[in-house]
Design a protein around this ligand. Structure first.
Ligand code: AQP
Length: 346
């Protein structure tokens, strides 16, 4: 890595900084795990990592925002992140709304981002399709808050699934525009996608991504699902009628999804998965994927049960994480305010 041109960035310039977040909009699923969370865990060995439960993002869809569920879901997501291997001794883990700098920087960036670029974001177009008048401004503005999340921590890399690639490119554009107008302030981030399973598809509708809020129960594998439920979901996964086990995203999205999931959880490639299972039928492939997924998730489920028994300890981890996050976010925000010319408080 080259030295960072942004003055004031804390820590050694040659150490990669990583930021990523996950919304407490429902239980974590296999797409979240394979697309993002596994990379978060691995990156802890080689980078300075900051991870957030992005609860401010989870209120952007009013029909999915249940005030009674938000706090328990936030705590449960943090518990799941810890259970999956986020280590608070090596990473900063916190809740986005506990660090107010996110919301304030988002406002400053709102005056740098443009209406046109936000309107072109595929996720906004998908989620707002057919309901323009009732869509919240928050949903439209989501990528600007996400930009604030990332650049507050000078992140070079943002490990995400494929669906977030456009948002990270936009974050880079906004940060670059800010630096150009107001002077070098922010590090320019890049998305980091996993080599396989960057877009895990719904098991019932394999042309649609698996999603916390829009997928039917049978199409979504939750990280904390019981083994029997996982096996049943894979058994009923939609495939096709030609019977051949091979990868082809366009022609065979269901089978390709199964092969990608198998490759990801066994640490192999899709080619290996085809070589190992190409001779069998779809039933055998589904059974093999289910078994591999159950084994992959077994330790996460067990650890989650242990951690969930002591929610106060998870709360303490999050409080300490917020303090550490604020120690980086506050000076970054102060520099941005200064660069934009605000009068500093006396
Ligand atoms: N199907 C997926 N395959 C691979 N990666 C995925 N991610 C989400 N779905 C898949 C990645 O998971 C991380 C956290 O996602 P998020 O909670 O910020 O929101 P999202 O991308 O909008 O995920 P969902 O599950 O679809 O949530 P809802 O339904 O609330 O919108 C991200 O890195 C994402 O790429």
């Amino acid at each position: 890595m080259t030295a960072d041109p942004v003055a004031g960035r804390p820590g050694p310039a040659d150490r990669t900084r990583v930021f990523s977040g996950m919304q407490p909009s429902g239980a974590v699923h296999l797409g979240n795990l394979l697309g993002a969370l596994r990379s978060w865990v691995v990156l802890q060995d080689e980078a300075d990592c900051t991870y957030a439960v992005v609860d401010l993002h989870a209120i952007t869809a009013p029909d999915e925002h249940d005030p009674a569920a938000l706090a328990p879901r936030t705590l449960d997501l943090a518990t799941t992140l810890l259970a999956a291997g986020i280590d608070p001794d090596r990473s900063v883990l916190f809740v986005q709304s506990h660090v107010r700098e996110h919301a304030e920087l988002a406002w400053l960036l709102n005056c740098v981002a443009t209406f046109g670029e936000l309107g072109r974001m595929p996720q906004f177009r998908d989620k707002s399709a057919g309901r323009d008048a009732s869509v919240s401004v928050g949903l439209f503005d989501y990528p600007v808050l996400q930009t604030a999340d990332i650049i507050l921590y000078h992140a070079d890399r943002v490990p995400v699934g494929e669906d977030q690639r456009h948002h990270i490119e936009l974050a880079r554009d906004i940060a670059q525009r800010f630096n150009h107008r107001f002077g070098p302030t922010f590090t320019l981030p890049r998305a980091m996608l996993p080599p396989v399973a960057a877009r895990v598809m719904d098991l019932q509708e394999p042309t649609r991504k698996m999603s916390k809020s829009t997928t039917s129960e049978r199409g979504i594998v939750h990280v904390l699902d019981a083994p029997d439920a996982i096996a049943a979901k894979f058994r009923s996964a939609v495939t096709d009628s030609d019977g051949e086990v091979r990868a082809d995203r366009e022609a065979k999205p269901g089978v390709t999804n199964l092969l990608e999931i198998l490759a990801a959880v066994t640490g192999g490639t899709v080619e290996h998965a085809v070589a190992a299972h190409g001779g069998g039928g779809y039933g055998a492939l589904k059974a093999a994927v289910a078994e591999a997924v159950v084994e992959h998730l077994r330790p996460v489920r067990a650890r989650h049960a242990e951690l969930a028994a002591d929610p106060a300890e998870v709360g303490r981890v999050l409080a300490a994480g917020a303090e550490r996050a604020r120690a980086v976010a506050a000076p970054t925000l102060a520099r941005a305010r200064d660069a934009m010319g605000f009068l500093a408080p006396a």
